[in-house]
Design a protein around this ligand. Structure first.
Ligand code: NAD
Length: 294
């Protein structure tokens, strides 16, 4: 136990083995980054197809590194073999830290977190990669909320340096220290933030998406808006970014923000992202969103 600025800061737990729940856009990315930086990881999903996709994405990213001469084939094999795809909870009792990255839905996340808590050893640290849902709320499903916090990565995980580590009402200092240490071990820059819908980054991003929705509703062409935002200097515009994020994830997260900040984030019209969602246009993940992908 160390004293930092007069506060008692617990030291992080040792992290030898990690796990991620969900092998989608984020779960696959987290597994890749953890393995790349030397922490073996179990990647659990409920769908075989998702596991195959997660592994093939990791393999593609590694092959690019080999092609660029940044890594040799032997190292690629070693990294790939340290990601273990699975449909069950075998070996979870030996895991030190688990990141949940399933769909952005409070009930589903609470059920998954409660389920995994039963499978792990007492001191295992749990985290959620939720974009917007309160960590304190998710912790209500847990017997040991002190061992649980937020660990919010950004997409694509291998490229984005920031990780928000979120302190829920009952999150212990040791949990925060462990999540910060894991993020650093993964080569990321963690910041510790308080718990509220959207944390820090999405409190900025979702009003921007809402502004985009209003602009399109007022008659703007979304492709023009994207082009203008790129000329403004941003790497991509809002429509393309929503396709990258996943339209379904965007709509679910926007709902959490609207519930959390009803005076500021609620609107009485259907915005273009909601219309995309109703038409099963989920973005890059299913090949069609605002744009079409081959
Ligand atoms: P996704 O739809 O790509 O993947 C979700 C995965 O979870 C799917 O493979 C699904 O099969 C799996 N799953 C569902 N129920 C499960 C269960 N019970 N156990 C194990 N796996 C299960 O979604 P995503 O974009 O990877 O988002 C995952 C989480 O990360 C969400 O909470 C989202 O808000 C958050 N997030 C997303 C982004 C982004 O840009 N997409 C960025 C930061 C955080």
């Amino acid at each position: 136990v160390k004293k930092v600025n007069g506060k008692v800061a617990k030291t992080a737990k040792d992290i030898q083995q990690a796990a991620v729940l969900g092998a989608g856009i984020m779960g696959g990315g987290i597994a890749f980054q953890s393995a790349l930086k030397g922490t073996p990881i179990i990647m659990k999903d409920i769908a075989d197809k998702a596991l195959d996709l997660g592994m093939s994405e990791a393999s593609k990213l590694l092959a690019k590194r080999v092609a660029k001469g940044k890594m040799d084939a032997a190292k690629m094999g070693k990294v790939l073999s340290s990601i273990r795809p699975t449909l069950n909870y075998g070996d979870f009792e030996n895991v030190n830290v688990i990141v949940e990255a399933v769909v952005e839905n409070t009930k589903v996340k609470q059920a998954v977190l409660a389920e995994v808590e039963e499978k792990v050893a007492d001191g295992t640290i749990l985290a959620s990669n939720t974009s917007t849902i309160s960590i304190t709320k998710l912790a209500e499903a847990l017997k040991k909320p002190e061992n649980f916090g937020g660990m919010h990565f950004f997409n694509p995980v291998h490229m984005m340096p920031l990780v928000e580590v979120i302190r829920g009402e009952k999150t212990s200092d040791e949990t925060i220290a462990t999540l910060v240490a894991y993020a650093q071990k993964m080569g990321k820059n963690p910041i510790v933030v308080n718990d509220c819908p959207g944390f820090l980054v999405n409190r900025v991003l979702f009003p921007y998406f809402a502004g985009f929705g209003m602009l399109v509703r007022d008659g703007a062409d979304f492709q023009q808006v994207d082009k203008v935002m790129q000329k403004f200097g941003w790497p991509m515009g809002p429509a393309y970014l929503l396709d990258v994020v996943g339209i379904d994830t965007g709509v679910h997260a926007a709902k959490v923000m609207a519930d959390g900040f009803p005076d500021r984030m609620q609107h009485d019209f259907k915005d273009p992202t909601e219309i995309m969602f109703e038409n099963e246009r989920y973005g890059q993940k299913n090949g069609i969103g605002f744009y079409r992908y081959e």
